[in-house]
Write a protein that binds this ligand. Structure first.
Ligand SMILES: Nc1ncnc2c1ncn2[C@@H]1O[C@H](COP(=O)(O)OP(=O)(O)OP(=O)(O)O)[C@@H](O)[C@H]1O
Length: 312
């Protein structure tokens, strides 16, 4: 039995008579302290998968288990960091984190709590910003607060739902390094959702592609047998890294091609719809539509000319 398990999980959205199965027969086994990256295209069902692991959503069929127990609700042992920072805007960095610490460790004294909060603020290098409100922070700093808040609850499993995808490349690289450093210090089980092959290879022990939806499922995983600590610059010259990157990228491109071919097969004819003239409620004949379009286009040109002459 693995630490975190999804067994034959399927889940969909919509009413029973018109349900779209987003995930189908998903199986996943994550070992304790393992770092797994799930990689997939937009809309394939990655967030749905992480919500199932977090206990924020439940499968239609199959089971999600952690430590052998069925996941029946969200809990502090599974900490989640979302793409949007979800911080309370009226609270400072320290207060945002303190709120989480208070809920998980109610027995701590005020002084103990302050020390705990400060330790996690320091872990993400934000001590100088302790008293700042989220609106005074950059995107990267907000995401650091989010990470510190989740880590401060000392979850057994860290669920990272594309936490870096909204950040610029430099900030993203910095935070990747911090996640690695924290993971190497604290060793815990991590499931990272990402759409970036380099990021997955830099951070994870295993990369698992999610096939395209609907009815997406997890494919066979790629073991990342690259030595740690990993250096992003050195990795670019590492033949093993290059090979893994090529294999995963080609696999994902193959999925994309298959999905496109499927969409061509499923082409259907659009109904011929004529626009109505709303002043009379009558359908416009095709010729009138063409004529109207010419008039509209001329009007646009005229008004653009006028605007340009104003600007001149
Ligand atoms: N609450 C919902 N109701 C109906 N459909 C939903 C709901 N949540 C997600 N979906 C649909 O399920 C599919 C998978 O969504 P999900 O957010 O899990 O994908 P994703 O891979 O995380 O996407 P992205 O990378 O764009 O965030 C999408 O087609 C989405 O439109």
């Amino acid at each position: 039995m693995s630490f975190l398990e999804l067994t034959n999980v399927s889940v969909g959205y919509g009413p029973t008579n018109n349900r779209t199965e987003v995930l189908s027969a998903v199986n996943l086994a994550v070992e304790e302290n393992e770092f797994v990256a799930i990689i997939g295209f937009s809309g394939s069902g990655k967030s749905t998968l992480i919500n199932l692991l977090a206990g924020l959503q439940f499968p239609d069929t199959g089971e999600v288990r952690m430590g052998g127990k069925v996941v029946a609700e969200p809990g502090p042992e599974r900490g989640i960091v979302f793409q949007n920072y979800s911080l309370l805007p009226w609270l400072s960095v320290a207060e945002n984190i303190d709120l989480a610490v208070k809920s998980v460790f109610p027995a701590l004294s005020k002084a103990e709590r302050k020390a705990h909060v400060d330790r996690y603020i320091a872990k993400v290098n934000l001590s100088p910003a302790r008293e700042k409100k989220p609106s005074e922070l950059s995107g990267g700093m907000r995401q650091r607060v989010s990470l510190a808040r989740t880590l401060s609850m000392q979850p057994e499993v860290l669920l990272l739902d594309e936490p870096l995808s909204a950040l610029d490349a430099l900030t993203r690289a910095n935070l990747q390094d911090e996640i690695t450093r924290i993971w190497e210090q604290d060793k815990r089980t991590v499931v990272l959702i990402t759409n970036d092959v380099d990021e997955a290879l830099l951070l994870a022990d295993r990369v698992i592609p999610l096939t395209m939806g609907p009815q997406a499922t997890l494919a066979t995983s790629f073991d990342v047998t690259l030595d740690r600590p990993r250096d992003r610059t050195a990795l670019n010259h590492d033949p093993k890294f290059k090979q893994l990157k090529a294999e995963i990228t080609n696999y994902l491109l193959g999925l994309n091609r298959e999905a496109k071919a499927l969409r061509v097969d499923q082409q259907f004819e659009m109904p011929k719809v004529l626009p109505a003239d709303f002043s009379t409620g009558r359908r416009l004949p095709p010729r009138a539509v063409q004529h109207q379009a010419t008039i509209d286009a001329n009007a646009v040109h005229d008004s653009a000319d006028k605007n340009n002459s104003h600007a001149a």
